[in-house]
Design a protein around this ligand. Structure first.
Ligand code: FE2
Ligand code: FE2
Length: 199
């Protein structure tokens, strides 16, 4: 399967997805390439896995999407007559990308985790965390005062599973921006709280 095929399939299968859509997988593919070059990983396998890693989301939801995405990718790769060994390798990368998936062992498996985590932090991560809470988890109360905790949880969870030194550095930097955002948000919230209590 060529890169262009993976992109086409990914665009089609993720067109309904609103938090981990094609924009997300494209950024994951970017970070996979970025880290994969540094780490001497198999870039072709990594990039195909990156574009296909979330294609099962709409079918089965967050909890089991990593195995579903791997199964769907396996079928697509088989249709393109990709050798079985290669299919296994790519599916394993996809299967292990999620927070709750089995531990990553090979470098490509570690990198896809790291790339996915990077997209959970920084300004992009803030937008996605809030969107996820509204659109997917549907647990957003609508009260802005609940957002600092939501973002704190995102920082804690993201940092739980980052493998490479490069990604640890990028995630830390982006997490510190999220912390600054939380501080500003809490400052603004306390300003208006004070004005209410003065009345
Ligand atoms: Fe995922
Ligand atoms: Fe993802």
């Amino acid at each position: 399967m060529k890169r262009e095929d993976a992109i086409r399939e990914s665009k089609e299968l993720l067109k309904e997805e609103r938090v981990s859509g094609f924009d997300h997988v494209s950024r994951v593919a970017y970070w996979c390439r970025y880290m994969g070059e540094k780490e001497g990983a198999d870039l072709d396998a990594l990039e195909i896995a990156a574009f296909l890693h979330d294609i099962g989301l709409n079918r089965v939801g967050l909890k089991t999407h990593h195995t579903e995405s791997a199964a769907m990718a396996g079928n697509l790769l088989r249709e393109k007559n990709v050798p079985e060994e290669r299919i296994k390798q790519i599916c394993r990368i996809i299967e292990r990308h999620a927070m709750h998936a089995p531990e990553a062992e090979r470098i490509e498996e570690k990198i896809i985790n790291d790339a996915d985590r990077i997209d959970h932090m920084g300004a992009i991560g803030i937008v996605r965390a809030i969107a996820r809470s509204i659109l997917v988890k549907k647990d957003y109360t609508g009260d802005v005062a609940d957002v600092p905790q939501l973002l704190r949880d995102a920082v804690t969870n993201t940092k739980k599973r980052v493998y490479t030194d490069t990604a640890i550095r990028i995630v830390d930097e982006k997490a510190s921006y999220v912390e600054d955002f939380i501080a500003q948000l809490e400052k603004e919230l306390s300003e208006t709280e004070n004005s209410l209590s003065k009345k």
